[in-house]
Design a protein around this ligand. Structure first.
Ligand code: ZN
Length: 357
């Protein structure tokens, strides 16, 4: 992947921002594994380290935390938010297109209200509304719960409200609704750590590992460790080592092995628990193989000329860029003011972006 925003924790002691937490390794695990304690500490650290993205320490043991870096230091909803390369907001800024984007620290209704107000000002060509609560609900209740259709039904009047307001202020409104992944129920739990630990390999000396919810990612510092782990993983039937050729095909092969030298991926429906992401089981999860039946995301539009090639998340970037550009051109032609006025408008856009940052 071009943007290098894939998994949360990576082995990188030289760049670890967590060295200050090393003294905490002596605290009893009964305390440090508690959600409440970790959430409070995560918030304090986020402020202290000036992280702009979503930050959570999850369940990573303090004993080893200084071996790891964390790959989402920036806010992906702002320009410069990816680890590498431009996101949609960099594109918009570069083109001088005025936009609105949700604040992920606010609730869904508040973000809708923010957008409704912005539409009333008629200054924008493009808006990105972020509603993450469906993800949280699905994790909690699973994909077959009646709470899921109830939540979708609750979005309907909000979308009607949004479209009604947009049509009051804009002649034509293109709406694109997309999710970034599906959600699979977790019916099988796998304590992978309990299969690796008995090998007796020393963490940070012979190998390093991050246990995600659906993957385990390994780094090796000795051939002996590599062989032992590979052999053990072949006996774990709930998942498999993903070959490099397949990683490459999926856009997940990193030449510098930034996210791990060996990727073990579990089958859909299996949850690695405990993991560095959670101490306790959760009803449903995403992050399985993209071809797994519950991995499919959705794309809904109120226009019908969606290009045929829009089949994966990176393509949605191109779809958004094309839609924003189209709106920008139409609004500019509609206004058709003398050119001087547009220099001024460009200046206002730049100023407002500055206020966002
Ligand atoms: Zn999620």
């Amino acid at each position: 992947m071009d943007h290098r925003n894939w998994c949360y924790f990576v082995y990188d002691p030289a760049h670890s921002p967590f060295r200050s937490l090393r003294p905490l390794r002596w605290l009893p695990r009964a305390l440090t594994s508690r959600r409440f304690f970790r959430r409070r500490l995560s918030l304090a650290l986020k402020t202290h380290l000036k992280f702009r993205g979503y930050f959570d320490l999850y369940n990573i043991p303090f004993e080893h935390i200084s071996l790891f870096d964390f790959s989402e230091r920036k806010n992906p909803l702002q320009p410069g938010g990816m680890n590498r390369g431009p996101n949609i907001f960099d594109r918009l800024r570069e083109r001088g297109i005025a936009w609105h984007v949700s604040d992920p620290t606010l609730g869904e209704r508040q973000n809708l209200d923010g957008l409704l107000a912005e539409i009333g000002r008629e200054q924008i060509d493009f808006a990105f509304l972020y509603w993450p609560a469906l993800d949280g609900l699905l994790h909690r209740v699973g994909n077959a719960s009646p709470e899921v259709p109830a939540k979708l039904a609750a979005y309907e009047p909000w979308l009607r409200e949004l479209m009604a307001r947009a049509h009051e202020h804009y002649e034509e409104v293109h709406l694109t609704i997309f999710s970034d992944h599906g959600m699979a129920n977790c019916d099988r739990l796998l304590d992978l750590c309990a299969r690796i630990e008995p090998l007796g390999l020393r963490m940070g000396r012979e190998y390093a590992v991050v246990y995600d919810s659906t993957m385990a990612r390994f780094w090796f510092f000795s051939e002996r460790a590599r062989r032992a782990v590979e052999e053990r993983l072949r006996q774990v039937h709930e998942g498999r080592i993903v070959p490099d050729a397949e990683l490459e095909e999926l856009g997940a092969l990193f030449p510098d092995r930034h996210f791990g030298e060996l990727i073990f991926l579990v089958d859909e429906g299996t949850l690695i628990v405990p993991s560095d992401m959670g101490e306790r089981p959760i009803r449903a999860m995403h992050g399985y193989h993209p071809d797994a039946p519950q991995s499919y995301a959705s794309l809904l539009t109120n226009y019908d000329d969606v290009p045929a090639g829009i089949t994966a998340i990176p393509h949605v970037h191109h779809l958004m860029a094309a839609q924003a550009e189209r709106a920008f051109q139409l609004n500019r032609d509609f206004a058709s003011p003398p050119s001087g006025e547009w220099d001024l408008a460009g200046g206002q856009v730049a100023e407002r972006d500055h206020a966002h940052a």
